[in-house]
Design a protein. Structure first.
Length: 311
């Protein structure tokens, strides 16, 4: 054996040992494939009929169905912006609801806090009671997680806050438009390219009971800022509604294609939530944790049913 072949053999031996070690450490990927196969998605006739109506190509259906079947979760206002609702997002950032988290900081709105016996110098940005009404989806799937939130292994799980791009830390789109987060109906909106009916998004957790949904916070028994404290906390829906989406100033060349073409058609339809508003969550803070009271949650994720107010 000459020196060259000897070296080659040695290298080959080393390489094969190395490969064996790799397989031992990372596996062949066989298990993962098996799991994937088990979860193979098959569309129901109903789902296919829905996609047919929206003219969605077969290739694109499976991905959409995945999001539509998974339990609903909060996704944040930035996801509603994307290439769809830019003027709404921009107007929201500048609106009162786009800055609700900031009110929880020390020194902000001192007078209002003093009036309701809150400590104006205290930082309330991690206080469970306040977070329910000043952020998006707190204590629900995908929702806002305050500073100090850790996983079981001690990893930092707090929601990232970017002052230039408000998101889950404020009262976002999903606190008014969703039952339990927007992940499912977002997939409907995207797949249908805006050509959906109220009934179609309601099935996936969008709500149209606007005057009702405001009472998740305004005039709720748990808000410190009740009409009895000051006249300015009285809630007149028709007046207040006008201040929620001042989108007129936020249209530009870049988002001109985001006009909602089907709004007029949809307005002719009366959604189920408009006929029978959903129940409003009641909650309490026990042992430092926010708990929703039984029977007051509008969505049951096990049974996949909605709970409406009794007529
Ligand atoms: C049940 C929901 C709810 C809870 C709980 C809640 N808030 Fe609010 N908060 C509201 C609503 C609604 C408003 C707006 C009231 C209005 O303008 O009519 C508000 C307004 C405020 C304001 C501005 C008031 C003003 O007049 O300028 C501050 C400050 C504030 N909240 C801080 C807090 C803090 C701190 C906590 C926790 C101790 C808290 N909130 C808990 C719903 C809530
Ligand atoms: C405080 C509650 C609230 C928040 C937060 C909110 N909305 Fe709305 N939204 C409303 C109300 C109320 C209407 C109905 C307005 C009307 O009838 O004039 C509406 C209407 C809309 C419409 C028109 C729907 C249609 O078909 O008529 C769109 C689109 C929309 N909102 C998107 C958004 C987006 C995107 C965000 C977040 C960036 C958002 N909204 C945040 C309350 C809210
Ligand atoms: C998740 C809680 C929440 C929901 C739901 C909610 N709001 Fe609010 N809203 C607030 C908080 C907190 C403020 C205080 C903002 C501030 O004072 O800067 C506020 C402030 C406002 C203001 C500004 C008050 C003012 O005069 O400056 C308007 C208008 C308003 N809400 C309308 C609505 C309407 C209409 C709905 C229902 C479609 C609604 N809100 C739903 C939490 C909520």
């Amino acid at each position: 054996m000459n020196k060259g072949t000897f070296m080659m053999e040695k290298t080959l031996k080393f390489l094969s040992l190395f490969m064996v070690a790799l397989v031992l450490v990372f596996g062949t990927g066989g298990e993962v494939d098996a799991k994937k196969k088990k979860k193979k998605i098959k569309l129901t006739d109903e789902e296919n009929a829905m996609f047919d109506r929206w003219h969605v190509k077969p290739k694109k259906r499976k991905k959409a169905v995945k999001d539509m079947r998974k339990k609903p979760k909060f996704v944040g206002a930035i996801k509603c912006n994307g290439s769809c609702h830019d003027p709404y997002y921009k107007a929201w950032v500048a609106s009162p609801h786009g800055g609700t988290f900031n009110l929880l900081k020390a020194g902000v709105r001192k007078e209002a806090k003093e009036r309701v016996k809150l400590d104006p110098e205290k930082d309330y940005t991690t206080t469970p009671l306040c977070l329910r009404c000043h952020t998006t989806g707190y204590k629900q799937r995908g929702g806002f997680k305050p500073a100090g939130t850790k996983s079981k292994k001690g990893k930092d799980k707090a929601s990232k806050i970017d002052p230039d791009e408000p998101n889950l830390e404020q009262v976002g789109c999903e606190m008014c438009h969703s039952v339990a987060g927007g992940s499912q109906f977002r997939a409907v909106m995207k797949s249908s390219k805006g050509d959906f009916t109220k009934a179609e998004t309601e099935k996936y957790g969008q709500r149209w009971d606007y005057s009702n949904v405001c009472t998740r916070c305004h005039t709720h028994p748990n808000t410190p800022f009740k009409p009895s404290v000051h006249d300015k906390y009285k809630f007149n829906f028709e007046e207040r509604k006008l201040k929620v989406h001042k989108i007129a100033d936020y249209w530009s060349e870049d988002n001109a294609d985001q006009k909602l073409e089907k709004v007029k058609d949809r307005a002719k339809e009366k959604g189920q939530t408009e006929k029978t508003p959903l129940v409003i969550e009641d909650f309490e803070v026990k042992d430092g944790k926010l708990k929703f009271k039984k029977g007051t949650k509008p969505y049951n994720s096990k049974k996949k049913t909605f709970k409406y107010k009794k007529g």
